[in-house]
Design a binder for this molecule. Structure first.
Ligand SMILES: *Cc1c(COP(=O)(O)O)cnc(C)c1O
Length: 367
């Protein structure tokens, strides 16, 4: 039995008839950008996130960058980011001309450690950009307290957390939040896509200008802006999938619960923790081990795909070489980068497949 890390074809196969019909509807409409599908998707996704406004854009990275621009963040400013994240979080800040200032994670939840944030705040700090990494919400109450104390914006990178809840409320309902619809995300398009959700009507309006040449009325340009639009085809497909997102997240939780139960006795594997305030959506199921290569090779030999999210800490990437301030070090992030291993996860992973992964991990722990 071959078990791929992620099966991207399975969601299409489950919904083939509805997705095909949605695509046909757009193809024969003759309208391909900023039309009825995008408007409907924006309303449906804002409602799903229990918030007021949604502005769909070209990617998750654009959603983050345009939100910072809409908040007038740029050169000379600093934005606090997790040291342990996908590089896009940092790149969104850098693209505005501002400086990403990393803060170490809580090693149990993998999300930014609120207790370490205030030491990183300076007079230049404008915002905190926490990440609901792997689908686990960050500690929003603690972040809000810090943001209020220092007068900072919070822009949440929710690219991995569609549908997650913090103390019962949806991610996206509290802070302005950026989502990605990259195909492998919990809500994935058939190409690139992203969105910002917010309670702030003025911010949403500014984002609508920024994504479309600074224009509300065709050929009237109010600000210098860019082109970053979700297309009608992607919006139509996302609408079909959104109706199944809760069910798919429940299936992910079922897989996670089985991994947590069956692997609890394997001493050398550190399993992901769930904070008391969190209903995670298990974008990834990430374990830790000091014998990562051994386990990854053993699983590969058994036909089981795994990945590493992420194999190098961002501050050690070539892209950010030489930009770590003197004396700063990020040992937790570096250790996580050396130890994390993502197991197969998804709504279409069968119970038999989970049994096979568990069996292979237990066998590998004895060699
Ligand atoms: C996927 C992702 C992004 C970027 O999304 P794209 O749609 O690929 O641009 C940003 N942040 C995190 C944490 C992500 O996982």
């Amino acid at each position: 039995m071959k078990i791929p890390f992620l099966d991207l074809k399975a969601p299409y196969e489950e919904l083939r008839a509805d997705i095909d019909a949605a695509v046909q509807r757009v193809l024969s409409s003759g309208w391909y950008l900023l039309g009825a599908e995008v408007t409907a998707f924006e309303q449906e996704f804002a409602a799903y996130c229990e918030t007021d406004h949604c502005v769909a854009v070209g990617s998750g990275l654009d959603a983050l960058e345009l939100t910072l621009l809409a908040l007038d963040i740029g050169a000379g400013d600093e934005v606090i980011v997790p040291a342990h994240t996908f590089i896009a979080t940092w790149l969104a800040v850098s693209a505005t001309g501002a400086r990403p200032v990393p803060v170490e994670p809580d090693e149990h939840t993998f999300t930014i450690d609120p207790a370490r944030i205030e030491a990183a705040v300076t007079p230049r700090t404008k915002a905190i950009m926490p990440v609901d990494l792997y689908g686990h919400p960050c500690d929003l109450d603690a972040l809000e307290a810090i943001a209020v104390r220092h007068g900072l914006h919070v822009v949440e990178d929710a690219a991995q957390a569609h549908g997650a809840r913090y103390r019962g409320r949806r991610i996206g309902s509290r802070f302005t939040s950026a989502f990605s619809f990259y195909p492998g995300k919990n809500l994935g398009a058939l190409g690139d896509g992203g969105a910002v959700v917010t309670r702030d009507a003025a911010l949403a309006e500014r984002l609508r200008l920024l994504r479309n040449y600074g224009s509300r009325v065709k050929y009237e340009h109010e600000i210098q802006a860019t082109n970053s639009r979700l297309d009608e085809l992607q919006a139509a497909v996302l609408r079909v999938k959104l109706a199944h997102l809760d069910e798919w997240n429940t299936r992910r939780t079922h897989v996670a619960d089985r991994y947590l139960k069956e692997l609890a006795g394997v001493d050398e594997l550190v399993l992901p923790a769930v904070a008391p305030y969190a209903d995670p959506v298990w974008h990834l199921f990430v374990i830790r081990t000091t014998r990562r290569r051994h386990f990854q090779d053993a699983l590969a030999a058994a036909g089981i795909g795994t990945l590493i999210h992420y194999p190098g800490a961002v501050h050690r990437s070539t892209a950010y070489a030489g930009q770590t301030p003197p004396g700063a070090s990020y040992p937790i992030s570096e250790r996580l980068a050396d130890e994390v291993l993502s197991l197969p996860m998804g709504p279409h992973l069968s119970d038999d497949a989970v049994d096979t992964v568990v069996g292979a991990l237990i066998a590998a722990s004895r060699t």
